[in-house]
Design a protein around this ligand. Structure first.
Ligand SMILES: [Zn+2]
Ligand SMILES: [Zn+2]
Length: 382
């Protein structure tokens, strides 16, 4: 009796055991290898061990190390700001998985290679792909399939099924860090950093220690992410083990003073946030005021134009009326002058005629008088 006599149950347990193993192996590949070792240089290990650990990430569909590291360094530089590859501020589904299709839009290949310049000198990493093209993803998929064929040949189908389950769970647990650990309202914040990062306990467990993401953003170089006793960090347990075995050196840990300082600077961070919010409000108010002023000026200009038009019309009309009146007056004056001149002319002509008649009469009288003077002489002589 017992589970060994039940083939379905025992096979299920074998598959589950493989799944748990592979979840942690791939998980440590991502968190210890790609993240804490390659991206943040939180510790040093021999090159052969670095390749072995990082293979766990590569075979979990995480793509080329150079692309992963370049994208993640950009996330730290532009967290929850424009240019962050996977901020929930651009939408929850974007931060969960859609971001993978748009990395080339927020980061050029040149920027990527600059971000991961230290890894560009490693010929193996470079061969696995160092740009946002589809090549590195296709190559990664090919090696992932090949890896599982080898698992099938060496360990059997239960191992492969367990590995496929683990690949699914660890792949999405990693995406949960990007989405849930930057989502306001979830978990808690121990350090008031400038982005929305949060510590989410269930992501901490699923993603083998990566859910203490607010701690990580506060001290990114720290090899330890779970900084309180209850913040279980499986990856850091592995680092401690490697250190005890003499395989890990230069493990970076934050001092108590640095953490205290981070909590202190959080006050400054809060003040900066408040100042930034006040400036945003002020800028918005100024823009609204400018809009209102612009509308008022526009309206005033329109009124002025209408008034000017009306005034112009009135002036034109007045000028026209004045001109008409002047013309009438001039016409009238001309007429009177003509009439007066005519009348004057007539009077003058009459006077002249009368004068002429009077003159003729006078002449006649004179002639008569002369004749009378002459006749007595003639009668004397006669
Ligand atoms: Zn983050
Ligand atoms: Zn990081």
């Amino acid at each position: 009796m017992g589970i060994y006599n039940d083939p379905v149950l025992s096979t299920s347990l074998v598959i589950m055991a493989w799944a748990v193993f592979w979840h942690h192996w791939h998980g440590v590949g991502i968190t210890l290898g790609y993240h804490r070792l390659l991206t943040h240089k939180s510790l040093s290990v021999p090159k052969w061990l670095e390749y072995l650990i990082c293979s766990g990430a590569y075979f979990a569909l995480m793509g080329s190390p150079i692309v992963w590291v370049g994208v993640h360094r950009q996330h730290h530089q532009k967290s929850d700001q424009p240019g962050d590859p996977h901020s929930p501020r651009d939408g929850f589904w974007h931060s969960l998985y859609k971001w993978m299709y748009y990395t080339g839009k927020v980061q050029s290949d040149e920027e990527l290679q600059k971000q991961a310049a230290d890894l560009m000198t490693d010929p193996l990493y470079k061969r696995l792909g160092c740009d946002h093209g589809a090549y590195h993803a296709k190559l990664n998929l090919f090696f992932c399939v090949l890896f599982r064929i080898v698992l099938f040949i060496v360990f059997g189908w239960q191992c492969v099924v367990g590995n496929l389950i683990a690949t699914f769970t660890i792949f999405w647990s990693t995406q949960f860090v990007n989405a849930f650990c930057h989502l306001p309202g979830l978990g808690y914040r121990s350090y008031k950093t400038t982005e929305d990062s949060r510590n989410v306990w269930w992501v901490g467990l699923l993603a083998v220690g990566e859910g203490w993401h607010n701690n990580h953003h506060a001290v990114p170089k720290s090899a330890r992410h779970g900084l309180q006793w209850w913040e279980f960090d499986f990856t850091f347990c592995c680092i401690v083990l490697l250190e005890r075995l003499g395989l890990a050196t230069r493990v970076v840990l934050p001092s108590k003073e640095l953490l205290a300082k981070k909590r202190e600077t959080s006050v400054i961070g809060k003040a900066q946030q408040n100042l930034s919010a006040a400036m945003t409000h002020a800028a918005e108010a100024a823009q609204k005021a400018a809009e209102v002023a612009s509308a008022a000026v526009h309206e005033a200009a329109e009124c002025a134009y209408l008034a000017a038009e009306a005034a112009g019309k009135s002036a034109r009309e007045a000028a026209e009326a004045a001109s008409n009146a002047a013309r009438d007056a001039a016409e009238q004056a001309g007429k009177s002058a003509r009439e007066a001149a005519l009348a004057a002319g007539k009077t003058a002509s009459e006077a002249a005629e009368a004068a002429s008649l009077a003159a003729r009469d006078a002449l006649e009288t004179a002639e008569l008088a002369i004749a009378q003077l002459v006749s007595p002489k003639e009668s004397v002589a006669g």
